[in-house]
Design a protein around this ligand. Structure first.
Ligand SMILES: *Cc1c(COP(=O)(O)O)cnc(C)c1O
Length: 393
C-alpha cells in the first residue's frame, strides 16, 4: 500500500508548535497543512472542516469511572463525521491531478463526505453503498449533494471489492481510506487534540474501528508527533470493534497471527465491516503505541450511546463504541483511575434517526433506556398534569 512520507519539518518541536499556534487557516486540517500535504495548502478544497471540540462531561466521567475522560466530537465536522478530514485532502489531490470522476464504497459517512467535497471541487462522484444498510441521514446527504448513488445487493466489503476492480479498469479515482491522502487528513484528529491538550500527551486515545483507516492514521500521527518533537511520550491506542464485526479484535487476541474476515453484523452500521482494508497499517499502529483492540456488544454500544445522548452530547451508534470500550477497559483495570483518556466520537447523532426510533419508539429494543414520547390530549388539564412531574435528569 502507498503512504505519504514527509520530509521532517524545519526546526525543533518548540519551533513547530509555535508555527502551528500562529497558523490562521479556518480549517482544522489545513492549519496542520505543513504536516499533511504542504504543497496543496494554497489550493485546498475545504468547507472548512475540523476544529472540533474536546468535551468533558461529569456524567460520562461517572459512567465510565474515568475522571480524566474527554470526548473529541468529530460529529461537528461539516457533513457530520470525521470523514471530512480525510476527504478534504484526498479531494484536493484528486482535483490537482485532474481526476475525471471520483468514487467510494461506503457504509454512508464516506459517501456523504465524498458527495459534499466533490460538489465543491466540481468533480462527478459515484457512491457504492450496501442496499438497505445505510442510515437515512447518510443516504439523504449523499443524494442531496449530488453523487450518483448505486445501491448494491451486497455488504460493504462486496461494494469495496467491486469498486476497486472497476475503478482501476475505468480510471475512476478511488477515495476510500486505502487512498493514502485520506489518512493524511485524518491524522489531524490527533494533532488537533494534542494541540488542545497543549501538547501534553494523554494516556489513551480510544476510537471505534471498522475498516481501520482511522486506526492506521492515528498510529502514523503519533509516530510523526514523536519523531518531530511535538510530544515526548506516546499515547496508547485502544481500537474498539462491535462484537459482530470484530476480525481485528480476534486477530489481536492471537497476537496478530492472521486476519480472518467475518460476515459482519451490528447495529453500528459505520463499523459493520468484516474484511478491514487497512489491517496491516492498523497492526503497526497498535504495536507501535503499545495499544489494545477489544470488542463490545451491541447492548454495550446502545447503553453508551444513550449515556452520551442523555449528557446532551449525542452521537451515532458506532461512535459510542469508543465510550463503551473505555468503560470496559477501566473496569478490567487496563485503564487506570488517574489516566487521561480521549474518546473519539466519530459521527453526529442525526446520522442515524432510525436507531432513535428503535430505542425511544413504542416498541423499544432497549426498554430500560427508552424515553418514549407521551401522547396527551390538547387540554390544559392534561398539560398541567404532565408539567407537575418533570422527568429525572
Ligand atoms: C468510518 C467510521 C468509523 C470507522 O472508521 P474506520 O476508519 O473505518 O475504522 C467509525 N465511526 C464512524 C461514524 C465512521 O463514519
Amino acid at each position: 500500500m502507498l503512504a505519504v512520507i514527509h520530509t521532517p519539518p524545519r526546526g525543533d518541536g518548540t519551533a513547530l508548535r509555535a508555527r502551528l499556534a500562529e497558523d490562521r487557516s479556518p480549517s482544522g486540517v489545513w492549519r496542520f497543512g505543513e504536516l499533511v500535504l504542504p504543497s496543496a495548502v494554497a489550493v485546498a478544497v475545504s468547507h472548512p472542516e475540523g476544529n472540533t471540540p474536546l468535551l468533558s462531561r461529569s456524567a460520562l466521567s461517572a459512567w465510565t469511572s474515568i475522571d480524566g475522560l474527554r470526548l473529541k466530537h468529530e460529529g461537528h465536522n461539516p457533513t457530520g463525521s470525521f470523514k471530512d478530514r480525510g476527504m478534504t485532502v484526498a479531494m484536493t489531490q484528486a482535483k490537482r491531478i485532474g481526476a475525471r470522476a471520483v468514487a467510494c464504497a461506503s457504509t454512508g459517512n464516506t459517501s456523504a463526505s465524498l458527495a459534499a467535497y466533490a460538489a465543491h471541487a466540481g468533480i462527478p462522484a459515484f457512491a457504492l453503498v450496501p442496499d438497505g444498510q445505510v442510515t437515512t441521514g447518510k443516504l439523504a446527504q449523499t443524494l442531496a449533494y449530488g453523487a450518483r448513488t448505486l445501491l448494491v445487493d451486497g455488504d460493504f466489503d462486496t461494494c469495496l471489492r467491486l469498486l476497486q476492480e472497476a475503478s482501476a479498469e475505468l480510471g475512476v479515482h478511488l477515495l476510500n481510506s486505502i487512498n493514502p491522502f485520506r489518512l493524511e487528513g485524518q491524522k489531524t484528529i490527533v494533532f488537533e487534540l494534542l494541540q488542545q491538550l497543549e501538547w501534553q500527551a494523554p494516556d489513551w486515545i480510544v476510537l471505534p474501528a471498522g475498516n481501520l483507516g482511522n486506526t492506521a492514521a492515528f498510529g502514523k500521527a503519533i509516530d510523526e508527533a514523536i519523531a518531530w518533537g511535538l510530544i515526548d511520550r506516546r499515547p496508547r491506542l485502544a481500537a474498539v470493534q462491535a462484537a459482530g464485526a470484530a476480525p481485528f479484535a480476534a486477530a489481536f487476541a492471537r497476537n496478530f497471527d492472521r486476519l480472518d474476515s467475518v460476515q459482519a453484523t451490528t447495529i453500528a452500521s459505520a463499523i459493520r465491516i468484516g474484511a478491514p482494508a487497512s489491517y496491516q497499517r492498523a497492526v503497526r499502529a497498535i504495536r507501535s503505541t503499545n495499544g489494545v483492540v477489544l470488542s463490545v456488544t451491541d447492548a454495550e454500544i446502545l447503553a453508551a450511546k444513550v449515556a452520551i445522548d442523555r449528557a446532551g452530547v449525542g452521537c451515532e451508534p458506532a461512535s459510542a463504541a469508543s465510550l463503551a470500550g473505555a468503560r470496559k477497559l477501566r473496569s478490567d483495570g487496563v485503564i487506570q483511575p488517574k489516566d487521561v483518556v480521549i474518546a473519539i466520537l466519530t459521527g453526529h447523532i442525526l446520522k442515524d434517526p432510525g436507531i432513535l426510533q428503535e430505542i425511544h419508539g413504542p416498541v423499544s429494543i432497549a426498554p430500560a433506556l427508552a424515553n418514549p414520547p407521551v401522547r396527551v390530549a390538547a387540554s390544559i388539564a392534561a398539560i398541567r398534569a404532565q408539567l407537575k412531574s418533570p422527568p429525572s435528569c
